[in-house]
Design a protein around this ligand. Sequence first.
Ligand SMILES: C[S@@+](CC[C@H](N)C(=O)[O-])C[C@H]1O[C@@H](n2cnc3c(N)ncnc32)[C@H](O)[C@@H]1O
Length: 231
Amino acid sequence: MNITCLTLFPEMFPGFLGYSLAGKAMKENLFSLRAVNIRDYATDAYKTVDDVPFGGSAGMLMKADVLDAAIKANYTSGPLIYMSPRGQTLTQKRVVELAHEENVTIICGRFEGIDERILQSWPIEEISIGDFVLSGGEPAALTMLDAVIRYIPHVLGNADSLAEESFANGLLEYPQYTRPQVWNGLSVPDVLVSGHHKNIENWRKEQSIQLTKERRPDLWKAYEASQQKKG
Ligand SMILES: C[S@@+](CC[C@H](N)C(=O)[O-])C[C@H]1O[C@@H](n2cnc3c(N)ncnc32)[C@H](O)[C@@H]1O
């Protein structure tokens, strides 16, 4: 996968993606990450990238002409994403789809965002990472990419772990334990040390269901509906 991030802060990349799982995957060329400085496409002597909003309001906006030039010079094919609090909230489903794209281009906003005409002129998908406002699109892009990179084939040594995770099957993940078997007066549930695979599987499913019902009634409702559909 070839990832291009259009940003006013290219030095923020690869950031934490240079470490651990993603860092190893990048070294192994399982994906490439290019950060392009939008400011390089400004044409005036001051390299201006922002201006005041028409109609007046607080803050500045990223200029359409400069951003358009940056997109034209760097976008080839595949999803063109603008990280935006107004976008569709990122889901695991979209994460998995993105992981199978050959090219992904991401626009990181700054200031009060970008001129609306960019969104009218390009086939842009707006993606939010949650109902809160960050000061820039870079941390949002890095967060989304962290989730996506895990799903690029061969990045995770044991792909089975993806199938068991929260959201993979529409439920939250069950509780997990490792050694020592008794810690701080707390024992690991007996079933997990029973060696009985079917009972372990059932226990995990029950725990997943219970947690999802308690913590995420919205997810539980969607899960129930999907099970009914399956018949
Ligand atoms: C200060 S924010 C602009 C917020 C905008 N004025 C609004 O109210 O919707 C600057 C940039 O941060 C990024 N950003 C902020 N919150 C985000 C979120 N929840 N998800 C994705 N990107 C976000 C966007 O790229 C945005 O252009």
